[in-house]
Write a protein that binds this ligand. Structure first.
Ligand code: NAD
Length: 463
C-alpha cells in the first residue's frame, strides 16, 4: 500500500518530528517523495522489547530453510508459521523443526497465501526469502499489518518500492531489515572495527563485488522457482549489488554521517546468456521462449561517489567462469584491507601485506565483540561459514532487547536502489544518476551502527 502525500503531512504533524528534507533530483517521480521531511527517523530507533520473537517465514526454496534451521537454535524465538506457494517446500521445512519445540502452522497453495501469515495477530517478525519482485510488496504489507520485516537481498527492485518501504517503516515504526549477511562475515566485521578505530586513516576508496558463476543455475529448470532469476537477468545493470555494497557502506558510515550521492554504471555486452539460450533451445523446446531474448551485459561495473567525496566501486557478474569473488577492499590514507582472492590481507604501506603472524595479531586486537561472543557457535551452526548465523542472532537480540537494528530501512532502500539506478545509467551511456537521500537529511546526524555490543548480547544459543 502506498502512503499518499496527504498521509505523509498528517503523520509528520502528529509525530512532530519533521526534519528539513534534502531535495534530490533522481527523477521527477522521485522528487515527490523527497519534498517532505521524514515522518519519523527509523535510524537509531529502538522498538519496544519483544521477550519472545514470534516469527513467520515466507519463501522456503534454496535459502529459506537454512534460516528456519539457524533461527530454531536461538533462544527467545517461536516459529509460528511456514509459508511457501509450493506445499512440498513447506513440508520439507517443517521436518527441520521436528525435534524442536517449534510447531508452526503451514501455509501454501496460493499466490497470496502469505498475506494470511502477515494478517495474524500473534506474529512479530516476517522473514522473507522469496523471488526479488515479491520482497518489497511482502515487507510493506507485513509492516502495514504490525510486523517487523526482515527481507532478503535486494530488498526492492525499483526506486519507487524503496520509497514505499521507507514511508511505511516510518509510518508504522516497524523495522524493515535487509538481510545482508555479508556485513557479518568475519573479515568484513574485522575491517569495520578497524575502520572505526582509525587503522585505515581516512577511508577514501572502497570496492565490493558479487562475481559468481551462476550461468547453469540460472538456466536450470529446477534451481529457482518458475525461472525467476533468469527472468531478472533480462534487466541490464548491477542487479545484485548489496553483498559487495553493504559492508563497505558500513565502513564509510553511509546514511550515518555520509551518504551515497550519485553513480555511474557501465555494462559489457552479453557474450554468454543469449548464446546459452540458443544452445539449449536447439535441443529442448522449453528454452524456445528465451531464444532471442536480450539479457544483461555480463559484467557490470558501478562507481558511486559519496557526499563526503569517497568512492565505492561495485562489480556484478553471474555468468563468467571465474572463481567466486566478493571483493572487499577498504583503502585509506594509512592502510588497506583486501579480500578475494583469498586469503584476506591487510597492509600499512606500499611495501606489501602484513605477515600471517601480524594478521593474526590484528584479528585478535580488532575482532568486534560479536565475534568473541557468538563467533565460534556461528561457525558450528554455519550458513556461509557462520556469517548467516551472526546476522540472524544479532537481529533477534536487537528485537529482544529493544535495540536499533544494524541494517535499517534506509540501508535497505539505498543499497537496493543501486540496482535500478544502475540500469538507468547503463541505458543512458553511463550518465551520472543521483541516488535519492532516503533519510531526507537525517544522515547528517544519525549515529553509526553499534558494533561494540554496548547493549544487548543477552540472547542464548542452543547447539
Ligand atoms: N543472502 C544470501 O547469501 C542469499 C543466498 C541465496 C539466496 N538469497 C536470496 O534469497 C531469496 C530466495 O532465493 P532462493 O535461491 O531461495 O530462490 P528459490 O526460488 O529457491 O526460493 C524462493 C521460494 O519462494 C517461493 N515463492 C514464490 N512465490 C511465492 C509466493 N507468492 N508466496 C510464497 N512463496 C512463494 C518459491 O516457491 C520458492 O520456494 C532471493 O531473494 C535471493 O536473492 C540470498
Amino acid at each position: 500500500m502506498k502512503t499518499t502525500r496527504r498521509d505523509f503531512i498528517k503523520i509528520s504533524t502528529i509525530a512532530g518530528m519533521t526534519m528539513a528534507g534534502e531535495a534530490t533530483i533522481a527523477s521527477p517521480k522521485d522528487t515527490k517523495h523527497t519534498a517532505q521531511g521524514q515522518a519519523f527517523n527509523m535510524s537509531g530507533y529502538a522498538a519496544p522489547k519483544i521477550e519472545t520473537v514470534r516469527i513467520g517465514f515466507i519463501g522456503l526454496g534454496n535459502r529459506g530453510p537454512g534460516a528456519v534451521e539457524r533461527i530454531s537454535k536461538i533462544d527467545g524465538v517461536e516459529i509460528k508459521a511456514l509459508c511457501d506457494i509450493r506445499r512440498e517446500k513447506v513440508e520439507q521445512a517443517k521436518k527441520i523443526l521436528e525435534k524442536t519445540p517449534h510447531k508452526p502452522d503451514l501455509y501454501s497453495g496460493g499466490e497470496e497465501e502469505w498475506k494470511k501469515v502477515c494478517d495474524r495477530k500473534d506474529i512479530d517478525l516476517i522473514y522473507i526469502a522469496t523471488p526479488w519482485k515479491l520482497h518489497a510488496p511482502m515487507a510493506v504489507y507485513a509492516m502495514e499489518h504490525g510486523k517487523h520485516a526482515a527481507v532478503e537481498v535486494p530488498a526492492a527492485v525499483t526506486v519507487d518500492e524503496c520509497w514505499q518501504m521507507v514511508n511505511t517503516s516510518e509510518k508504522t515504526r516497524k523495522h524493515c531489515v535487509i538481510l545482508e549477511n555479508c556485513c557479518y562475515d568475519f573479515f568484513e566485521l574485522l575491517t569495520l572495527n578497524m575502520a572505526r578505530q582509525g587503522y585505515f586513516g581516512e577511508i577514501l576508496h572502497t570496492e565490493g563485488a558479487y562475481i559468481h558463476a551462476l550461468l547453469d543455475a540460472n538456466f536450470s529448470k529446477t534451481q529457482y522457482y518458475d525461472m525467476w532469476r533468469l527472468k531478472e537477468n533480462m534487466r541490464n545493470g548491477s542487479l545484485y549489488p548489496t553483498h559487495g555494497l553493504g559492508p563497505i557502506a558500513q565502513a564509510l558510515n553511509v546514511n550515518r554521517g555520509d551518504r551515497m550521492d550519485y553513480l555511474v554504471s557501465v555494462s559489457t555486452n552479453d557474450f554468454m546468456m543469449a548464446a546459452k539460450a540458443k544452445e539449449l533451445a536447439a535441443n529442448d523446446s522449453f528454452y524456445k521462449q528465451y531464444e532471442g531474448t536480450s539479457f544483461r551485459g555480463n559484467m557490470n561495473t558501478t562507481t558511486i561517489r559519496t557526499v563526503n567525496g569517497k568512492t565505492m566501486m561495485i562489480q556484478h557478474d553471474v555468468t563468467s567462469p571465474r572463481p567466486y569473488s566478493r571483493i572487499h577492499l577498504v583503502s585509506g590514507t594509512k592502510g588497506t584491507a583486501l579480500k578475494y582472492p583469498d586469503p584476506a590481507r591487510i597492509s600499512k604501506g606500499h611495501e606489501g601485506w602484513v605477515s600471517d603472524q601480524e594478521f593474526k595479531e590484528l584479528e585478535a586486537k580488532y575482532a568486534p565483540p560479536i565475534v568473541a561472543k557468538v563467533g565460534e557457535m556461528a561457525k558450528q551452526i554455519g550458513g556461509h561459514g557462520g556469517m548467516d548465523f551472526l546476522m540472524d542472532w544479532r537481529l533477534i537480540d536487537c528485537l529482544r532487547n529493544g535495540l536499533p537494528v544494524d541494517m535499517d530501512v534506509y540501508d535497505a532502500a539505498a543499497w537496493s536502489a543501486v540496482g535500478p539506478l544502475s540500469e538507468k545509467s547503463v541505458a543512458s551511456r553511463s550518465a551520472s544518476v543521483d541516488i535519492p537521500d532516503f533519510t531526507r537529511g537525517a544522515w547528517k546526524k544519525n549515529a553509526p551502527v553499534d558494533i561494540q555490543l554496548l547493549k544487548g548480547g543477552t540472547t542464548r544459543v542452543r547447539l
